[in-house]
Structures are given as structure tokens and as C-alpha cells.
Design a protein around this ligand. Structure first.
Ligand code: SF4
Ligand code: SF4
Length: 374
């Protein structure tokens, strides 16, 4: 059996859905695409410490590498708890990188196998994973900018592409850098994108994407995005949920994920809004670590904004509590915005009382909220 066959067989044995190989020449198409965009769109991933263009030239960055292997991992083998759908993107709900769960164990076992085969390997986060997977022939693109499995997992996009550099020359597979969308789909993903981030087929402005705004951007979400972001507090799946290519996978009965179901209550919006640091660090951060451990206020502003958009006046007392007692002006300010959205007598009285707040930004948010509160 060839080395390529042995690696492929092991990957399937461990439960990966697909495995493909490509050479180490730069991902020119990716680099050209990044260079064609204005700096403000992708400048944040071209810094000294993290640079996707450097990652796209992985053969230059790692001259010892002779090929790139891409594993495809299905992260939607189980059902996701109803309470978390529409709040937290599915891929993040089962991200075990900090907690080192079963899926991480599979990757460790795969790395052990490579070592036993005498193969040097490296996983480098800068390498553009989706384009690598397409060049390795295991996925095709969707116009929503996600990639979809080819001949695996009912061709759905609920997957993670894991590029791994190898020091062995392995014959590359045929690339599939192309859209795989059916002609009859009239860009349902673009129509469904709540913020207009998907501005053309296959083109997305990350600065407008809910994912970016929910965990990378500052705590005070720009006014024009607060309502479109709806109840998402960490990531967004909208353009994948509506996609016809994902319906065969989503419309089947999948087993429950008991571990995730058991902890889903931790992510109740009101609990997040009023949580203390111990709660945040022990229950929220280990699963959803893109927001730093010391950035609890980003979570709390997200929760306040989502509560405003949820439209349930039962949540007004929690927002009043945050407006009165949060130590963070941003949380008080976003709670004021949410109270303005929910409106009603209790919300209005709390906002009027809040006019005595010392912080200028909070007072401004309160005045704006009062203008819109009947
Ligand atoms: S919604 Fe339609 S256009 Fe968008 S990715 Fe899916 S199939 Fe392609
Ligand atoms: S993840 Fe959400 S906000 Fe981002 S492009 Fe898709 S639908 Fe739009």
C-alpha cells in the first residue's frame, strides 16, 4: 500500500469524512483575491503576528514541506440544542480545542500515526483552510463563501477543513476550486444575510459579517448592525441554514448531544448579561474562547443587544439591573439601547432614571433610546 493510501485509510478509520492532498505552491488565487479588496476589509488578518497572505504561501514559509494534506471533519454529527440555535454558530458549540474532547483526540491519534510513519508534520493556523481543501479536491465553494463536502456528508458545509503540512512528497489530487451551487438557486444565502455582508456571489465583507462583529469587533456594535445581528451572540449560521445544499443533512434525524444539551442553559442571554467573572471563565470561555478571558463586557453587550432584538418584555428587569449596576459603561449603554427596543412603561421609567448616569456615552445611548421609546 502506498503512503498516500495508508494516510487516507487511517484518516477514514479515525472518522474524518474526506482527505485530499495538494502541492506547496502559493495559493495564488487567494492572494489575488485578498489584494483586490480594500485594506479595511482584510487588513486585520494581515498583521505581523497573523498574516493570511503569508499563510497562503505556506511552501515559502515552511521550505521543508513537500505536500499539504487536508482533512475534512464533520462537526454536525449530532443535533444542536434548540436554545443555542440562532444564538451561537454550530461550529463553535462543539469546538473542543480548549476542553480537549473526543474530536481533539482523533486529531491527536492521527498525528501519532504520522509520527509512527516517520512523517514530519505541522498545522499552521495562517494557512487558508477552505482554499487549501478546494485545491486538494475535497470540497467545492458555495456562493456564501463556505465550502461544501464533495461526495461526503451529503455534500453539506457543516465541516472543518484542517490543512497539515507534510515533509513527504505525495501525489496531489485534482483541484475543485469552483462553485458547486445549482443553477436554480437564486442566491438564497445573499438574500438571507441579515447584514449585507455577502455583497456578491462568493464575496463577503468580513467587517459586516455577524461572526466578526460578535467576537472580534469592539463591544459597542455600530448602530446600523445592532438590529440586523438579531439574537446571534457568537458567530452566525444564517447563510448556511438557508442553503438548499445543506437541506439533506439538516432534514435527517440526528442523535442528541447530551453533553452540549446539559450545558446549553449556561448560555441563557439573561445569565450572560448578569454573569460574574468566575461564571464567565469557568462556563462560557472554555467553549467560546475567541473572546478573551478578560473581555466579559463583550459577551454582556452581545447579550444585551440580543435581548433587545428578542422582543420579550419579560427580560426588561434584567436589562434594568444591568443598566443600573453593570461596572462597564458599554454594558449599561447597550442595555439602554435594548430597553429602547423593548419599550413599555417599565423600560421608559428606567431609562429616564438613567439620565443621571455620569458616563457621556451611556447618557447619549439613553437619550437615543428614549427618542425611540413610545
Ligand atoms: S444558498 Fe444557493 S447560491 Fe448560496 S451557497 Fe447555497 S446553493 Fe449556493
Ligand atoms: S455568517 Fe451570517 S452575517 Fe456572515 S455572511 Fe453568513 S449570513 Fe451573513
Amino acid at each position: 500500500m502506498t503512503l498516500k493510501n495508508r494516510i487516507t485509510e487511517k484518516a477514514f478509520e479515525l472518522g474524518f469524512e474526506a482527505v485530499g492532498f495538494t502541492h506547496t505552491a502559493p495559493l495564488d488565487l487567494y492572494i489575488r483575491e485578498i489584494e483586490s479588496r480594500p485594506d479595511k476589509m482584510y487588513g486585520w488578518v494581515q498583521t505581523d503576528s497573523f498574516n493570511v497572505k503569508r499563510g497562503a504561501s505556506f511552501g515559502v514559509k515552511h521550505p521543508w514541506a513537500k505536500s499539504l494534506l487536508v482533512l475534512i471533519r464533520n462537526y454536525h454529527r449530532k443535533e444542536f440544542p434548540r436554545q443555542l440555535v440562532g444564538r451561537i454558530g454550530r461550529c463553535y458549540q462543539v469546538d473542543e480545542r480548549i476542553e480537549k474532547g473526543e474530536e481533539t483526540g482523533k486529531l491527536t491519534a492521527f498525528f501519532d500515526f504520522l509520527k509512527k510513519e516517520g512523517i514530519q508534520r505541522k498545522f499552521d493556523e495562517e494557512i487558508p483552510a477552505r482554499m487549501s481543501a478546494a485545491r486538494a479536491g475535497v470540497v467545492t465553494y458555495g456562493k456564501n463563501c463556505f465550502v461544501f463536502a464533495k461526495n461526503a456528508m451529503r455534500d453539506a458545509s457543516w465541516l472543518e477543513s484542517i490543512p497539515i503540512l507534510l515533509d513527504k512528497e505525495i501525489a496531489p489530487d485534482s483541484p475543485s476550486i469552483e462553485f458547486g451551487c445549482p443553477e436554480w438557486c437564486k442566491n438564497a444565502c445573499m438574500a438571507a444575510c441579515p447584514t449585507g455582508a455577502l455583497y456578491a456571489p462568493g464575496e463577503m465583507n468580513p467587517r459586516l459579517c455577524i461572526a466578526y462583529n460578535s467576537y472580534y469587533a469592539g463591544p459597542m456594535t455600530p448602530m446600523k448592525l445592532r438590529e440586523p445581528m438579531g439574537t446571534w451572540i457568537y458567530g452566525c449560521d444564517r447563510c448556511q441554514e438557508v442553503c438548499p445544499r445543506n437541506q439533506p443533512w439538516m432534514n435527517q434525524a440526528l442523535p442528541e448531544n447530551p453533553k452540549l444539551s446539559a450545558r446549553s442553559g449556561d448560555f441563557e442571554l439573561t445569565k450572560i448579561l448578569l454573569m460574574d467573572k468566575d461564571y464567565y471563565v469557568s462556563r462560557i470561555w472554555p467553549l467560546t474562547f475567541y473572546i478573551a478571558k478578560d473581555n466579559i463586557l463583550k459577551w454582556q453587550t452581545n447579550a444585551a443587544r440580543a435581548l433587545g432584538n428578542l422582543g420579550d418584555r419579560e427580560n426588561v428587569p434584567f436589562l434594568i439591573d444591568a443598566l443600573k449596576s453593570s461596572p462597564y459603561p458599554e454594558v449599561r449603554g447597550m442595555s439602554a439601547w435594548a430597553l429602547g427596543r423593548l419599550s413599555g412603561d417599565r423600560a421608559r421609567s428606567a431609562l429616564e432614571a438613567g439620565r443621571r448616569q455620569e458616563d457621556d456615552m451611556v447618557r447619549k445611548e439613553i437619550e437615543m433610546a428614549l427618542e425611540t421609546t413610545p
